[in-house]
Write a protein that binds this ligand. Structure first.
Ligand code: MLT
Length: 411
């Protein structure tokens, strides 16, 4: 007899974004006359074409595969050396941050990385996550059996929730209960809040003092325009001993469909055995990749690498400026309509307080029906997300202007 992993049975019925798609499809089935009018600002999925530098590099890499002399079979599981070099140089060393080429591990995106990293850790860790939070962190840990049962009203037993509210500027505060692993996301998905340097320093100091590890999701770092805000946790002294960073080309290079991201795992990062020995994690993560994967496809790695060329950087900056321009319009549109909104200045998400008498799923339905606009209900990101919606700035300018017009017209 085959036995199922019963931890999967603890998961809520559907992952957030398929659940939203299901509700949108139900609305379309009920009111098919509105199908063509729907504008999707729910999932943060890019809409603009890929940077030309990446397209040309991927075409030329595919051509290489078409000829015997330049053909490539399996690549290294952790990424081609020169691609890792370009990333370490472009994102870190050129900014004065100490990251070695072989501390970069390429993957098909950070959604998978932020769960699969848990393979290196025991089930006994006390894991802290922010509330609201990107749901993939939680669901991944549920699947691994790192949580208890679902709690009434949302969340899971066994996780330590760090409330992020308007009162603390949506920035996670250091917990009073000791924790071993902390997920932090900056700029935050979903609130758009960015961790200020002083608070990130405090988190690093906490992690070092308690021998904890921070999983730092920097998938949206390209959106940080304020030079005083940290773009990488490795800007903070001591972080190499207590942090892993997740990066993605999805929202910078428009790679949500292409798929490429990476983790930075410093060679100095260790975790403890039950007997107290300090074990470096870098060899284990390398071992994990070489066992489980043959790496990211050659053409995609070349596409990602091209984002660091002079042209590539210019095109990425243009893309980011486009989405940030959308975010500004959305935030201003909400404010002019009398709603209270956060985020959207160093992040592509606008976090909006839901007006009375709605709750967040209720306001999602209201906006869908009255404005034919899809947003994400904050409650889908955790209990502290109740009372909010998230509006994604990933769209065309024309659609965003139309969203602002429509939101102004509904009750
Ligand atoms: C989101 O909308 O939260 C993100 O696009 C989801 C993701 O990056 O997986």
């Amino acid at each position: 007899m085959a036995f199922v992993n019963e931890h999967y049975l603890k998961l809520s019925a559907g992952y957030l974004f398929p659940e939203i798609a299901r509700r949108v499809n139900a609305f379309i089935a009920e009111c098919p006359q509105f199908a063509g009018e729907i504008i999707r600002c729910g999932i943060g999925d890019v809409t603009e074409p890929l940077p030309l530098a990446a397209v040309e590099a991927m075409k030329s890499a595919t051509d290489e595969l078409a000829h015997r002399a330049s053909f490539k079979g399996y690549g290294p599981g952790t990424g081609y050396d020169d691609v890792r070099h370009t990333i370490a140089e472009g994102d870190f060393r050129s900014r004065g941050i100490d990251v070695a080429d072989d501390e970069i591990f390429l993957s098909d995106g950070s959604k998978g990385d932020c769960s699969s990293i848990m393979e290196l850790f025991s089930h006994s860790n006390r894991i802290a996550i922010t509330d609201p939070v990107y749901p993939a962190y939680v669901d991944g840990n549920v699947m691994f059996g790192n949580t208890g049962a679902p709690l009434e009203g949302g969340g899971y037993e066994g996780l330590v929730y760090l409330p992020c509210t308007a009162a603390n500027g949506f920035i996670a505060e250091i917990p009073s209960t000791p924790v071993d692993i902390v997920y932090l996301c900056s700029p935050s998905n979903p609130t758009g809040a960015v961790m200020p340097r002083a608070q990130l320093e405090a988190w690093v100091a906490y992690a070092r003092k308690h021998h904890a590890i921070i999983f730092y999701d920097a998938a949206y770092e390209a959106y940080i325009q304020d030079p005083t805000l940290p773009r990488s946790i490795f800007e903070i002294e001591g972080a190499r001993d207590c942090a892993v960073e997740f990066r993605s080309f999805s929202k910078s290079g428009g790679f949500t469909g292409v798929r490429c991201g990476y983790t930075v795992l410093p060679k100095s990062l260790c975790a403890s055995t039950a007997g107290g020995a300090q074990i470096p994690l870098h060899p284990l993560w390398t071992r994990r990749w070489n066992t489980r994967s043959n790496g990211v496809s050659y053409a995609v790695q070349r596409g990602a690498q091209a984002l660091y060329s002079t042209e590539g950087k210019r095109q990425v900056a243009e893309l980011v400026a486009h989405y940030l321009g959308n975010a500004k319009l959305l935030r201003e549109g909400c404010t002019q309509r009398g709603l209270t909104a956060w985020g959207g200045t160093n992040a592509p998400y606008v976090w909006v307080r839901v007006p009375a008498p709605f709750d967040s799923w209720g306001y999602f339905e209201h906006i869908l029906r009255e404005a034919r606009v899809v947003v994400t209900p904050g409650a889908g990101f955790g209990r502290c997300g109740e009372g909010f919606i998230r509006i994604s700035a990933f769209n065309s300018r024309a659609n965003v202007e139309e969203v602002v017009r429509r939101l102004a017209c509904i009750n």
